[in-house]
Design a protein around this ligand. Structure first.
Ligand code: ASP
Ligand code: MG
Length: 408
């Protein structure tokens, strides 16, 4: 039987009425004779509220306890969704991440799925049940509950689609697709009918609201991901393997502008320029699961150099303390941080091997009087770190400058 995978975000299950409407939508799939597994996030802002609650009793909540706490958010939304389905007459069952066979490493708060044993899900499906799986969570080898990082339910859904050999994974959310820029900032942003995994990965890593790991998993397992609104019937965006020919046709085009707020920069001053220094600086951060993004090391004058890198603002205190503790061993003089930054990104596979995009981006920012703090590039992305209070302007200017808007 045809198997459909749906994922519903937190806003789609924010209250009883919305849960009932999601239940009806799932019911329609069932009525058409197909099997369905649906993954849901926690209701509305539940996860934020649980995090705040944890901080009312501890400055630094224990990571294991915090994950166990956060995993309850998805249990609430999913059990309610199952109850709603049952009251509509559909046979349905909720499975926690654990019950659905989702195994992860033990990096609390940002665990990675390493395997899924789909046996239980399959047996419930073959009993004719709708299976509702709690998103965002899994279990370690030691049977401890983990969470997959904010927004991680997308990844649960795509991983399940891969494990169950589904032909597609549908992500229903509060936006109706992937746009050339955030429509809240750029009113004439255009919805994309399709986008390749690589471009989407760049957009998702730097702004468009999807868990980046879900795109990686989709690409690795060849699962097309369809992003659409849970509220209307407007066509969404298909994230899939875009044929090379089409990419070539798009050569002249940038695909989208992404941004990310809440960035902090750490600079380590006057490090000796010798082998092993960068490794000694970044290994301890990696071991603590701190994600380091942009890294810039200056060319050294007199064998002394500065290294700057960015982290998520929420990791700044921990990262700064970690680097401060390493400072004398590294031989540096000072650690400085700046928490007021953001990043803006021009993304498009059309930029590969084509000169001129970077300079155009810098010119557009210069004309907007926006200072660039750091610059990095990948084959299909150019990124600038700028002041956070200028990021909305930067996105608007770049969207206009690269002519991404609707024609009219
Ligand atoms: N509820 C979790 C969060 O808010 C996971 C998710 O929404 O996908 O981050
Ligand atoms: Mg959420």
């Amino acid at each position: 039987m045809d198997l459909v995978i749906h994922k519903y975000g937190g806003t789609s299950v924010a209250d009883a009425e919305k849960i009932a409407s999601v239940a009806r939508k799932i019911g329609q799939v069932r009525d058409s004779g197909r099997s369905i597994v649906a993954v849901a996030s926690a209701m509305g802002d539940t996860t934020d509220e649980l995090i705040d609650l944890a901080h009312t009793v501890a400055d630094e909540p224990d990571p294991r306890e915090l994950d166990l706490l956060l995993s309850t958010g998805e249990l609430v939304s999913c059990t309610l969704l199952t109850m709603a389905l049952r009251s509509l007459g559909y046979d349905a069952i909720t499975l926690s991440g654990f019950q659905a066979g989702i195994r992860t490493d033990d990096m609390y708060g940002k665990a990675r799925i390493f395997s899924i044993d789909p046996a239980r899900v399959q047996s419930e499906l073959s009993d004719g049940k709708v299976v509702i799986v709690a998103g965002f969570q899994g279990i370690t080898e030691d049977m401890d509950i983990t969470t997959l990082g904010r927004g991680g339910s997308d990844t649960t859904a795509v991983a399940l689609a891969a494990a169950l050999n589904a032909t597609r994974c549908d992500i229903y959310t509060d936006v109706d697709g992937i746009y050339t820029a955030d429509p809240r900032i750029v009113p004439n942003a255009r919805k994309l009918a399709e986008i390749g995994y690589e471009e989407m990965l760049e957009l998702a890593s730097y702004g468009a609201k999807m868990h980046p790991r879900s795109i990686e998993l989709g690409e690795a397992n060849d699962v097309p991901i369809y992003v659409a609104s849970s509220f209307g019937d407007a066509p969404g965006t298909l994230i899939h393997r875009v044929e090379k020919v089409k990419e070539l046709e798009n050569r002249v085009k940038v695909t989208g502008i992404a941004y990310q707020a809440n960035i902090a920069k750490i600079t380590v001053r006057s490090l000796p320029d010798r082998p092993g220094i960068a490794a000694a600086l970044f290994e301890p951060l990696a071991a603590r699961g701190i994600n380091v993004d942009t890294i810039v090391q200056n060319t050294s004058l007199e064998r002394i150099t500065d290294i700057s890198f960015t982290v998520n603002r929420s990791d700044l205190a921990q990262a700064h303390a970690e680097v401060q503790a390493l400072l004398s061993r590294l031989g540096g003089t000072e650690v400085i941080s700046d928490p007021t930054l953001a990043s803006v990104h021009v993304v498009g596979s059309g930029m590969q091997n084509t000169p001129g995009y970077a300079s155009r981006m810098f010119r557009i920012l210069a004309e907007g009087n926006i200072n660039i703090d750091m610059i990095t590039t990948s084959e299909i992305r150019i990124s600038c770190i700028i002041k956070e209070d200028q990021v909305a302007d930067a996105v608007r200017l770049l969207h206009e400058g690269f002519q991404l808007g609707e024609e009219d």
